[in-house]
Each structure stands twice: as structure tokens, then as C-alpha cells.
Write a protein that binds this ligand. Structure first.
Ligand code: HEM
Length: 153
């Protein structure tokens, strides 16, 4: 476990929890905006749509970095190092926190990176809109399916 002062540890945890709301809302807004562009057959906006898709990706990556920091400074990680992984796996909540939640966050990142790449290389505006709408929505669903909702709300 990385030993940091208690106030820094709670700040990381607080940031991970707060930034999560911003991340989820921004990715959701990006999906809705791209779905609208797709349905209304709009030209793809380099100064609006592209920047929004990039911002959502960057914000998502920051959330993952905060999550990793949170994890490696947490009591869960200390427990794993002390050999409690087996007990953690038997309990649904600890299994969610140490395995399922981080895994689905990484799966979400892969969806977003793939969607962004498809958007970047397509020329047709409708396919650009669709790439972001589809893959960012998939990322959102993946993350939401394994979020510790009860701890958060
Ligand atoms: C987009 C990605 C992610 C989102 C939206 C997200 C969101 C959240 C939320 C909402 C919570 C509950 C916070 C609370 O109890 O108030 C949480 C907890 C947690 N997350 Fe993430 N997370 C993400 C990625 C990650 C990653 C990649 C890790 C790395 C291992 C991680 C590790 C943790 C840990 C360890 C907790 C439990 C914190 C505690 O109980 O003190 N998260 N996450």
C-alpha cells in the first residue's frame, strides 16, 4: 500500500466519487448529441462534436486514473497484499469493488477508444456520429452495470 497522509487519501476517494458524476453526465450528453446529429443528418462539427467527443474521452481517462490511485491507496489493496484475496472474492461487495468495477471501467475505456478511432477515420458524417453514439453508449452501459451504486447514492 502506498502510504500517504489520511487527508490526501480521503481527497483521492472524494475526487473519484465526485468526478464520477461529471464523467457519467458528460458521456451521456455526448451520446445524446451524437445521436441527434445522426438522426437529423447534420454535418459533423469539428469545433463542437469532435471537441466534445475528445473531452469526454479525456475526462473518462482522468476518472480511470483517479480510480487506480484510489484502489492502490485503499485498504482493499492492503488486504490483497496481506493475502485476503480469497475472502474478498467470496463477498459480493468486495468482489465488485476490487474486480468487477475496475474491469468494466477498462472495458468501457476500450469501447470509447475504439469509437473515437472509428469516428476519426470515417469521412461520412453519419458514420462519425454513429460511431461515437454506439461505442460511448456501450461504454456507459458497461461502467453502469458494475458501479457500486449503493455506496455512491
Ligand atoms: C469510468 C470509470 C469509473 C467510474 C465512473 C467510477 C465510479 C465510482 C463510484 C461512483 C464509486 C463509489 C464512490 C463512493 O463510494 O462514493 C467508485 C468506487 C471505487 N472505485 Fe471507481 N470508477 C471508475 C473506475 C475505477 C477504476 C479503473 C478503479 C481502479 C481499480 C476504480 C476503483 C474504485 C474503488 C477502489 C472504489 C471504492 C472506494 C471506496 O470504497 O473507498 N474505479 N467508483
Amino acid at each position: 500500500m502506498i502510504s500517504l497522509p489520511q487527508n490526501i487519501l480521503s481527497m483521492i476517494s472524494y475526487l473519484h466519487s465526485g468526478w464520477a458524476l461529471f464523467t457519467v453526465l458528460l458521456v451521456f450528453f455526448t451520446v445524446i448529441r451524437h445521436l441527434r446529429g445522426f438522426l437529423l443528418k447534420k454535418p459533423y462539427g469539428l469545433h463542437s462534436d469532435f471537441r466534445l467527443a475528445l473531452l469526454a474521452l479525456v475526462v473518462f481517462v482522468i476518472q480511470i486514473i483517479l480510480g487506480l490511485l484510489n484502489f492502490f491507496t485503499s485498504d482493499y489493496f492492503a488486504g490483497i497484499r496481506e493475502g485476503h484475496t480469497g475472502e474478498y472474492m467470496k463477498n459480493a461487495h468486495t468482489r465488485l469493488i476490487i474486480l468487477e468495477h475496475p474491469t468494466m471501467a477498462i472495458v468501457g475505456l476500450l469501447f470509447m477508444l475504439y469509437g473515437f478511432r472509428r469516428m476519426y477515420y470515417h469521412v461520412d458524417p453519419r458514420r462519425k456520429y454513429w460511431a461515437i453514439a454506439l461505442f460511448y453508449a456501450s461504454a456507459l452501459l458497461a461502467v453502469a452495470s458494475r458501479l457500486p451504486w449503493k455506496d455512491w447514492i
